[in-house]
Structures are given as structure tokens and as C-alpha cells.
Design a protein around this ligand. Structure first.
Ligand code: ZN
Ligand code: ZN
Ligand code: ZN
Length: 149
């Protein structure tokens, strides 16, 4: 079964700056600070968590919301929904679509990064059976972690 390999946090920041420059956007202090926070965090973070991890002087919560929206549009972060309706973000590596899944503890909200994914054949089967094209999927797993059992 083919896996989507993915690793976190390995894009060096100079590369990110280049990418920002190519997108012809000014690297504002807040945006750079947000990317730094995400780079050091292995799991998806909500806007509030990002804001809490920033130094007080960096920016307010509204700026975090605006910045995340912008960074998502620039494909520098990937948005995940872990079932509670709160948008969470991970840093996207250059040339990586960031496709992967999470296993979330329903009691303590601990998050585990999952390597397994559906085979391309299953997606194609679902697509052709229903006359769809360009089928993709989003999927997160939920359960009780070892500490909460
Ligand atoms: Zn737990
Ligand atoms: Zn992840
Ligand atoms: Zn998948």
C-alpha cells in the first residue's frame, strides 16, 4: 500500500522567505513569527494556539486570522479540521501537498500524525463508479489514547 510520506518542520526559513518573495508579498513581522511558531510545532495549530505561542508584541488575534487566511491562499500552510469545527494549520513544505491524516484522542485532544492513506486505486474506483473526476479525500481518525484508556 503506497503511503504519503511526510515530515514536519524541515523547510528552512530562508526557503520560506524566498517563497514569500516570489509571491510578491511583504514578509511582515507577524507572518514570519507565525511561520516560526508552526515550524516548531509538530501538529496542527488553531489560530488561538498560534496566537498564544507568539510573543505578545508580535500581533493580535485578528492579525493571526488574517495572516492564516493569506498563508493558506499562498499554499504555505495547510488547513485541517479535526472534527470540532476549528480550523487548524500546519506548515507546508516546498513541493509537498501536505496530504496526511491525524489520529485524535477524544478525551485529551492529543494528536498523532498518521502515515497510512487510501490507495489511489480506491479513489479512482469511487470516482469512476460515480462519474466524478479529480476525487480527493479528507479524513481524520478519533479514539482514546493510551494515557486516557
Ligand atoms: Zn488522551
Ligand atoms: Zn499533521
Ligand atoms: Zn489520505
Amino acid at each position: 500500500m503506497p503511503k504519503h510520506r511526510h515530515s514536519h518542520s524541515s523547510a528552512p526559513l530562508p526557503q520560506l522567505k524566498d517563497k514569500l518573495r516570489r509571491n510578491a508579498r511583504k514578509i511582515t513581522g507577524p507572518r514570519q513569527a507565525i511561520l516560526e511558531v508552526l515550524r516548531h510545532h509538530p501538529h496542527p495549530m488553531s489560530n488561538k494556539e498560534i496566537h498564544a505561542a507568539l510573543l505578545e508584541k508580535d500581533c493580535d488575534l485578528a492579525t493571526v486570522y488574517r495572516s492564516m487566511h493569506l498563508l493558506e491562499g499562498m499554499k504555505m500552510v495547510k488547513r485541517f479540521d479535526l472534527g470540532d469545527g476549528v480550523a487548524r494549520y500546519e506548515l507546508l513544505k516546498e513541493g509537498d501537498d501536505g496530504h496526511h491524516h491525524h489520529l485524535v484522542c477524544t478525551r485529551c485532544a492529543r494528536v498523532v500524525e498518521i502515515d497510512e492513506c487510501f490507495t489511489r486505486e480506491l479513489e479512482q474506483k469511487i470516482a469512476s463508479r460515480n462519474g466524478f473526476k479529480a476525487v480527493s479525500h479528507r479524513l481524520e481518525f478519533f479514539g482514546l489514547c493510551p494515557r486516557c484508556q
